[in-house]
Design a protein around this ligand. Structure first.
Ligand code: SF4
Length: 353
């Protein structure tokens, strides 16, 4: 790629994809920024998506991992994340609030996630972070119970961890993957939340890794960050080296701090996914929340932008796409679902076990 600041041509993008595949070339920050400027509908745009699909095929194959989440404790969060309906400052009341679900409800959700083809069910809690003591004991008991049923792998997403001991306890209970998003670039984080900071998130990630759990960590595109910050975010993802990277697109829900934002343009969203595949070639990249409102009837196109994982079922406070529709889209695109047998036999795309 030339050094001057021009958006690469289709030929240059094809060559760049070849270098990533054949030479293990790692894109520079500057190259990432220029790729984000590719014109939708141009030959370069087509080459970018095709290159991302080739890189995905080469490094992570054609299987699509499905994942589901359950709002195991909903509402009443003390934190003020501006994109979140469960945040302390949010006036969005249009969802069911409840304490940590009992084992029966969790097992029912696990059975339904399995039926939907999900390889794992993330138990998510609207807390600043799980607290040691009764709360952590309760979560560990739920995880152990669910493992006993042998229905589906329980992952957890319990917010900021206050100590290494907390992470070790979860690992001992059988948690293989902990989900904890960076959310956005470090330089933009303070504009999205003031009740905790980026460093606290990084510290939690350190505890997760030190405990030996797999890390699922990504973020949200479209909160008002610049394109430069989208690449800065990708650089930080390179640094923390997650096993799975969920990319959400902002769904600007009424009553949240970001209710006035527009959804990301679908072409821009495809370009962002494709550039992340170029930038993080060997990673499992999941398209997660906000995809329905962002892509609309073009949802199937995400499969051509280099992703190899999809969140299926409903989100924390909003509905998602019918899982059967995803299975059809994956088949139509010539990819194959990552089955339970794959997860059972391993290595799992998210936890490596
Ligand atoms: S994103 Fe999590 S920590 Fe932030 S307000 Fe929502 S539930 Fe709370």
């Amino acid at each position: 790629m030339p050094q001057e600041l021009t958006v690469p041509s289709a030929t240059e993008i094809i060559e760049l994809a070849d270098r990533v595949i054949n030479d293990g070339y790692m894109l520079t920050t500057q190259e990432g920024k220029l790729l984000l400027e590719v014109e939708p509908g141009s030959e370069a745009f087509v080459a970018l998506l095709a290159g991302a699909a080739r890189i995905r095929e080469h490094f992570v194959g054609d299987k699509v991992h499905f994942c589901s989440i359950l709002n195991a404790k909903a509402g009443g969060c003390t934190e003020n994340c501006s994109y979140c309906a469960q945040a302390s400052g949010s006036s969005n009341m249009d969802y069911d609030k409840h304490r940590w679900l009992d084992d029966g409800a969790i097992e029912q959700a696990a059975a339904s996630a399995k039926e939907n083809g999900a390889g794992a069910l993330g138990l998510v809690a609207a807390w600043r972070g799980v607290k040691e003591g009764k709360q952590l004991d309760m979560v560990c008991d739920s995880v152990k119970e669910l493992i006993e049923t042998d229905t589906i792998r329980p992952d957890v997403n319990l917010g900021i961890l206050e100590s290494q001991h907390c992470a070790d306890r979860l690992k001992e209970a059988g948690v293989k993957v902990y989900g904890h998003n960076l959310e956005t670039a470090k330089s933009f984080f303070d504009e999205t939340c003031s009740t905790h900071d980026f460093e606290e998130r990084m510290k939690t990630i350190q505890y997760i890794k030190q405990a030996g759990m797999g890390l699922c960590s990504g973020g949200i595109v479209g909160m008002g960050e610049t394109k430069e910050q989208r690449i800065e975010f990708a650089e930080q993802l390179r640094f923390i080296d997650p096993d799975m990277i969920p990319i959400n697109f902002l769904n600007p829900l009424e009553g949240t701090g970001l209710e006035d934002r527009k959804t990301v343009d679908p072409d821009e969203a495809l370009i962002t996914l494709a550039v992340y595949r170029f930038f993080l070639p060997e990673k499992n990249i999941m398209v997660a929340g906000g995809k329905e409102v962002t892509f609309g009837d073009r949802l199937h196109e995400v499969l051509g932008a280099g992703i190899n994982s999809v969140m299926v079922g409903n989100y924390l406070t909003t509905l998602g796409t019918d899982p059967d529709a995803w299975h059809k889209m994956v088949g139509d695109y010539g990819m194959t679902p990552h089955t339970h047998e794959d997860v059972a036999e391993g290595p799992c795309s998210a936890c490596g076990e």
